[in-house]
Ligand binder design. Structure first.
Ligand code: COA
Length: 390
């Protein structure tokens, strides 16, 4: 990581509602950028950023071949250089990384990072096709394996190794739906019970309907500057204190590890290597819970629970909003929703709100340091970032 003064700091963040929305991609982007600019306390003005990065898979009916131009137009910044970042469900985390590196290298002083996906304009079967394109084609997709199917394989392997009870997976869904109830942007804002999760129709055994994140539309945006400049814009910047990213084999069958995600482990090691705090300094974490098992794997891979220990931690309530280590206080992908390109940016939006003490009903008391964890595909890429209130 860069010297503390050269680190990137977030001075503004915006977020649309997530869900099945009537708005198209242009309107979603415009809303997210306008909301981000509205959160900057002073001095952002109308000058274009030096660089912008747009995370999107280009899912569904819009396909969005040259989506970067949309961001420049809808942000009213035509002329600004924009690079599109596509890294499956980790696109948002990778766009953040690109933005942070642009600041740290001295190439840019003001950076816009946005994430977008419009997914619900297609019928179910076509959605499955678009979800599948981020997985392995030869051995998984064309053989009929869906993303839920891949994570079901990981859940079964975890259960064989550690005896992970179905109740622990169910509790992840119950807790994240409870958190989502307090998030006005969440796709689902309703409580569910453990019995409902366990009795729901199976999608890919052992995962049922409530073990899965939904298919959602939405966008989010961040404004970044150098830490040493951040107070020109706000008294409460949020500094990017560590960042790591890694990749793995695309197909699960090629991977030596089946009870965790090696890319997450490697990204976490990098992120913490030069960070000013360690895991015990975290106030809360935002992890990539695309399926309930993914939250348990994340806690173990990030070194926040011992191997096989995340189930007990979850069942004991430690990951609840008021527990020892709150996990996904915004409802996570499970309840807030998962518009693919927007997700990694949305996690950082939550960190920005929480670390400024501005998260309303879902505020984690005393939040000072946080981690985001964004996974692409079934673990073929991962980005881990650390943040602290400046
Ligand atoms: N959690 C809770 N409820 C859900 C849900 C979810 N994930 N997905 C859909 N529902 C609800 C809907 O609100 C709807 O309820 P209603 O009848 O009361 O209105 C009902 O289930 C049917 O919705 P529908 O959209 O027709 O469901 P579907 O069968 O087409 O899709 C899944 C359900 C689980 C297959 C779909 O949400 C899915 O594929 N999720 C995973 C997405 C994914 O893989 N993302 C990438 C991760 S790496």
């Amino acid at each position: 990581m860069a010297d503390p003064a050269d680190r990137a700091a977030i001075v503004g963040a915006g977020h649309t509602r997530f869900g099945a929305l009537r708005e198209g991609p242009r309107e979603l982007l415009r809303q997210a950028v306008d909301l981000a600019e509205a959160t900057v306390d002073r001095g952002w003005g109308r000058d274009p950023p030096d660089a912008a990065f747009l995370a999107t898979l280009g899912f569904g009916g819009w396909q969005l071949g040259n989506a970067s131009a949309l961001l420049a137009e809808e942000a009213h910044r035509v002329g600004c250089p924009v690079i599109r970042v596509e890294n499956a469900c980790a696109s948002g985390g990778s766009a953040l990384e690109a933005g942070v590196r642009a600041i740290e290298s001295g190439r840019a002083d003001r950076v816009l990072v946005a994430g977008l996906e419009k997914m619900t304009d297609l019928p179910s079967a076509r959605r499955r096709y678009w979800l599948g394109v981020s997985g392995d084609t030869e051995w998984e997709r064309l053989a009929g394996l869906t993303f839920a199917g891949v994570y079901a394989l990981l859940a079964s392997a975890h259960r064989s190794a550690f005896g992970t009870p179905p109740e622990a997976l169910a509790e992840v869904a119950v807790k994240n739906h409870r958190n989502g109830l307090r998030n006005p942007n969440a796709h689902f804002r309703r409580e569910i019970t453990r019995d409902q999760v366990l009795a729901a129709p199976r999608v890919a055994d052992p995962l049922g309907l409530y073990d899965c994140c939904p298919v959602s539309d939405g966008a989010a945006a961040l404004l970044l500057v150098r830490s040493s400049e951040a107070r020109r814009y706000t008294d409460t910047p949020v500094v990017v204190a560590g960042l790591g990213s890694a990749s793995d084999y695309l197909a699960v069958q090629e991977r030596p590890l089946r009870t965790g995600l090696a890319a997450t482990r490697q990204a976490a090691r990098q992120a913490f290597r030069h960070a000013p705090f360690d895991r015990d300094g975290l106030s809360f974490v935002e992890v990539h819970d695309c399926f309930t098992i993914a939250e348990l794997l994340a806690l173990e891979d990030l070194g926040l629970a011992p191997p096989g220990g995340a189930a007990e931690m979850t069942l004991a309530g430690a990951t609840a909003r008021t527990g020892a280590l709150p996990v996904n206080p915004d409802g996570g992908l499970k309840s807030k929703g998962h518009p693919i390109g927007a997700t990694g940016v949305s996690q950082v939006y939550e960190v920005f709100r929480q670390l400024r003490g501005d998260a309303g009903e879902r505020q984690v008391p005393g939040a000072a340091r946080a981690l985001t964890h964004n996974v692409g595909g079934s673990g073929a890429s991962a980005v881990v970032a650390l943040f602290e209130a400046a």
